[in-house]
Design a protein around this ligand. Sequence first.
Ligand code: ADP
Length: 488
Amino acid sequence: APPQLADSRLFRNQAYIGGAWVDARDGATFAVDNPADGGTLARVADLDGSQAEEAIAAAQAAFGPWRARTAKDRAAILRRWFELILAHADDLAALMTLEQGKPLAEAKGEVAYAASFVEWFAEQGKRIAGDTLAPVAAGTRMLVLREPIGVCAAITPWNFPLAMITRKAGPALAAGCTMVLKPAEQTPLSALALAELAHRAGLPAGVLNIVTADSERSIAAGKALCASPVVRKLTFTGSTPVGRILMQQSAPTIKKLSLELGGLAPFIVFEDADLDAAVDGAIASKYRNAGQTCVCTNRFYVHDSIYDAFVRKLAERTGGLKVGSGFDAGVAQGPLIDEAAIAKVDQHVQDAVGKGARILAGGKRHALGGRFYEPTVLADVSEDMLCMREETFGPVAPVVRFRDEADVIRLANDTEFGLASYFYSRDIGRIFRVAEALEYGMVGVNTGLISNEVAPFGGVKQSGLGREGSVYGIDDYLEMKYVCLGGI
Ligand code: ADP
């Protein structure tokens, strides 16, 4: 185990199926690397589709007894899991910084955020309730029961290696479902550490199974999960193209789906905004996790009358962000996840500059080399640039000038995406008008940070289906059953 870990047993490199740690049947492993230096951290079991099917069978066997337990019983186990996650927060954060790269302070923040979903849904699970309806005929009664969907499959991304797991496993397990989870190939160590803590919390064998696989075998595992008639629901967080594939693969078995896909978040600063607050919000929403979150601002729209002041302040603050290893003190931005991520960011910057954008901060690979990129601000940006059409998923802030409210709303909505959006204004009429006009699942008004366990997180249009977190989040793991009683 890496020296950063106090509890070396949190460092796992085998998959977790039916409560046991298992190798790939053919002994295959894949490398997990440290994005800060490219060094190999571990070799992890590389499971194929047939072992994903074994995990499904384990989840199926565990489902009956797990759903039969009381919600209170399940909640007690989840509560212990929550407490263990917090008790091992330092180790989980270190492991995350090692394999994902985010600054340690951000990783600690994510541990707390991830734990909050387990706590919240442990509580919500106890509040699942049905209905008694007014009958339409004498001598009858009509009931609505709410039951767990069954075996669920989850496929999760690398940008939030813990929270994207607990946001799915929390409600699923609290509702009485069991789960097979395939974590991102870049960040399986965080997922396995979570499983180790769930095991210690007393989660019964088979209730949560972790199938690890490299990028190639992940596709096979994904196919097995989609094709299985036993798996009643698939929940996925990742890119829109992969979401489409999974939706297609799930069609033959008519699976229920929760999809949390890409975004192209606009961030609008109106002329009546508090400029300094808007710059603070811009920094928080743009550079968190080096811009690698689906709710990170992708494009800024700033009113003509304050444009020059805004870009000057934003560039000044951006230029001051310290880049380096997530373990170094004061670092605000770590490495990007892989070479493909760096190449895409650089392509977006080059394309914008080629079409007339001005670089006000950053604009190139960082002197540290490897996967480090300079936090970048681009001015004089126009709609034809790649960074305005595609999710950059990196530390680039393109800023467009606008003059008219109706115009900027049209531009903000002119995309197939509809996840997060942000705007700054102090005019109460405008705040309601714009919040209602934005075709997005989430709107931040005078804030760049919107995610927490109490809020319904999710998108409209091609940003996805369903909501995670909140009092609504558990509904995605429940089915309604109507019971009609006659002869009473
Ligand atoms: P990102 O852009 O965050 O890497 P992806 O959508 O590529 O997002 O990947 C998110 C998750 O989806 C990862 O766990 C990855 O292994 C998985 N994945 C990628 N392609 C496929 C596929 N064709 N079938 C099943 N899972 C896939």
